[in-house]
Design a protein around this ligand. Sequence first.
Ligand code: SAM
Length: 232
Amino acid sequence: MNSNNLSPRLKIVASLVPKGSKIADIGSDHAYLAINLIKNEIAISAIAGEVAAGPLSNSKEEIEKNDATKQIEARLGDGLAVIQDTDAIDVICIAVMGGQLIRKILNDGKTKLSNVKKLILQPNVGEAELRDWLINNGFKITYEDIVAEDHHLYEIIVAEPGEMNLSEKEQMFGPMLMKSHNDVYTHKWQRELKRLRKIEENLKAHPHHGQAKLDQVTKQINYIKEMFEYVS
Ligand code: SAM
């Protein structure tokens, strides 16, 4: 992958950024996304935020190599702390982190979200917790997708300021993914069902882990089975 040739999952993220945006890509690593959006004249400016020195230095190198230092600034910092009011960021992208980490980044940086029009998030696990945070913090989900890449599955969740209620099942399966389920989605939940059944078996064989844990896993298994019945 490079900034001219984004991986399939990052291509989807890029395609969701509105033209003329001022973006912050948090956890930018090589800043491929930001550079791609600037070179294709989608974003007009970008902050490439990184918490780690190594990836930050990768970002800086790529930005210089692509002659994009006027439009993109690579900044070292934790989550949204790299965003300043004067950046007037309207789109935040956070790709390939756990849903819980994305949730923490958004929660810790709440004050930086007041003027943001779009969050484009790509969690690799923990999607339900992330949806839960979004709907309880003034965001509605406007688009969802799922993509497979190198044996990993990535959901994409786009959120905008607004109100939304979601049931426990909708938080788990994604309100939009549930409706437009595709082969990748089916594969994800078949795999998850298999994983949970193994855990259930193990918990039944070792009751000292507690009934509450077993009940939770059984509930999730039943939700998945119901979802498959509903979509078939
Ligand atoms: N976003 C890129 C992509 O999609 O290819 C890179 C994903 S990489 C798996 C995650 C990156 O997030 C790492 O470079 C890591 O250093 C950075 N990261 C992790 N926690 C962070 C935080 N709290 N704030 C900023 N960056 C963070």
